[in-house]
Write a protein of this length. Sequence first.
Length: 352
Amino acid sequence: MSASSQLARLLALVPYLLNHTEANVADVAHDFGVTTTQLRKDLELLTWCGLPGQQYGTYIEIDMDAVDGQGVVRLDNADYLSRPLRFTADEAVALVLALRSLVEVADPEQRSTIDTTIAKLERAAAAEVAAADRAQVRISGGDEEVRRAVHRALRNGRRLHLTYDVAARAETTERQVDPLRASVRDGYAYLDAWCHRAVGLRSFRMDRIVAAEVLDTAADTHPDLTLPDPAQGWFSGPGAGADLVVTLDLAPAAHWVVEYYPTLAAGDQHDERTGQADDRGATESPADERIRRARFRVGDPAWLRGLLLRLGPDVRVVAPAGAGDAAATEAREAVEQYRALGLLDPVDQGSG
């Protein structure tokens, strides 16, 4: 445990104990998210703390015999620390914006609690949170009834039946999932769940869940799964290394792609699928300065195929070899279909 986190806890612990006399050791440890052993270490450290210039005997007093014998905390000689710490401006703004984001994705039954908390925080730190009013929080949380079903399944440990729109394949699917967590990434609410259709961990965008039904079947907990950290974005966590890394050259008409989809850092030259460095031009700049080179991690080949078909002549696959073959094949098949229907002009007959 870092010294900075312990210091922050101690600064909050003293006013807490002054307002909770005869506090139960287990309850205090629970409220601060530490073990009783760690709490005892914190309390021992507090007995060596006081105002600058004071001598031993004027430090904070804690009855350690009561801690060990009765399981209660008795604190004295610390009235000068009775006032709780105030949030800094950055802390207050961050907390208010986080709570406003939570409103859009949380269980609708908990929304009133979140609204009350925001109101109290805004009153208590009015000056600090004034900057938050100049920021906008936009989260796509999906249908309210879907969110109710998702959170009910999470609370009760039940399996969900989802009707889900798969944007990459332009199809609607039916599947059963074991819900594990609701989270927010890049402005969207997601349900992280074990999908029995895909036989693996999947993240479902809430706004693409058409319907969600809570089943009577108990959901499996999947204790061996490690969920990705939402704060780290999509390019982290277990399974990330199995995705294909693709390098594309984008003409000016396709530059919007790098603003719409997450890209890998320019200095990351490792191809996670092959385990080899990508030396097929990914380290070189395009000769045409109007061409923009970008690298994407592709978890679903259907997404890449759809993107390449959409961009057409405005994109070129640099690496790896064969990444664009499926799109080229589909384009040729489309041309053949148009040719069979007599919809191609003679000038187009030799294309494709």
